[in-house]
Design a protein around this ligand. Structure first.
Ligand code: RIB
Length: 291
């Protein structure tokens, strides 16, 4: 089975601030750092650091050498990555004194996917291969349709959730990795308690992993529900915690390990990620999980 992630790569500009800048306010930041990020790249790095060989498909701009290098140095297969004209995607991230963040995205090359490029990539993948998607690139709907026709197992982290996700035929998704807001949108739930029952009713064959931040995570597959608490650590920066969880969770599923063990390992990996600054750079290697 091959694992393919078609997703974003961003340069993250991280500003350390006292509080999030307010409407009309001019605020001085105390530090600026730049890191590799993007939900797609972060999740590929998490998969790779968890021990899975992953093909990352994505587009970087003329300024994207650091993103390509991040893929290469993390052992990600770059066969299908392309460099295109213009700027790479970037994110302006404020991290405040309580370690909360806010993110402003510029899609750049992440929204330059063409159907021809997708067709060319997917012809090398077949039934049983796994495809991971997020919502920071264009043509996600087209990718889902084509991948489903080819019999790929489709994993969706519909983040950041927006109206574009309404175009996706969610019945074609095998594994959802969702937070409460995303799950409520997909399930059409008004009450958080209804989210999991409604997901099961609408998508009875799908596995759902509901991530709840510092309240942990819940796995649901058919009638089985397993809960995992978050692991308490001193939080420095929550950026990429969800991406780390996603990569480690999928790695465990690919290795066919018991779900309790996978959830615990994913929670540990996410806890390490929040205890460090930055996105991709904060994601732990598997051997760090035992310390
Ligand atoms: O999930 C974290 C990521 O979201 C950041 O790395 C940033 O690039 C945004 O895409």
């Amino acid at each position: 089975m091959k694992v393919l992630n078609i997703g974003s790569l961003n340069i993250d500009y991280v500003y350390t601030v006292d509080h999030m800048v307010r409407e009309g306010e001019t605020l001085a930041s105390s530090q600026l750092e730049s890191f590799c990020g993007g939900k797609g790249l972060n999740q590929s790095i998490a998969l790779s650091r968890a021990g899975v060989k992953v093909y990352h498909v994505g587009l970087v701009g003329e300024d994207g050498e650091m993103l390509l290098e991040a893929c290469r140095s993390n052992g990600i297969d770059t066969t299908y990555l392309k460099q295109v004209e213009g700027k790479s995607g970037h994110a302006i991230i404020q991290v405040d004194k309580d370690a909360q963040n806010s993110i402003l995205l510029y899609a750049g090359s992440n929204r330059k996917f063409t159907k021809e490029y997708i067709d060319e990539v997917l012809k090398d993948f077949q039934k049983g291969d796994m495809l991971l998607l997020q919502n920071e690139i264009n043509l996600v709907d087209y990718i889902v349709e084509l991948a489903y026709q080819k019999g790929l197992t489709i994993v969706l982290n519909p983040s950041p959730y927006n109206e574009y996700m309404e175009q996706i035929d969610m019945s074609k998704i095998s594994i959802f990795l969702v937070n409460e807001v995303e799950a409520a949108q997909i399930a059409g739930a008004d009450n958080p308690n209804d989210v999991l029952p409604l997901m099961k009713e609408k998508y009875p064959d799908a596995m759902v992993i509901l991530t709840l931040g510092d309240k942990g995570s819940i796995y649901q597959y058919k009638d089985e529900i397993i809960k995992q608490d978050a692991i308490k650590v001193k939080v420095v920066d929550t950026t990429a915690a969800g991406d780390t969880f996603t990569g480690y969770f999928l790695a465990g599923i690919i290795e066919n390990r018991p779900v309790e063990e996978i959830l615990k390992e994913s929670a540990k990996a996410a806890a390490i990620a929040v205890s460090r600054k930055g996105a991709a750079v904060s994601i732990p290697y598997k051997n760090e999980l035992n310390n």
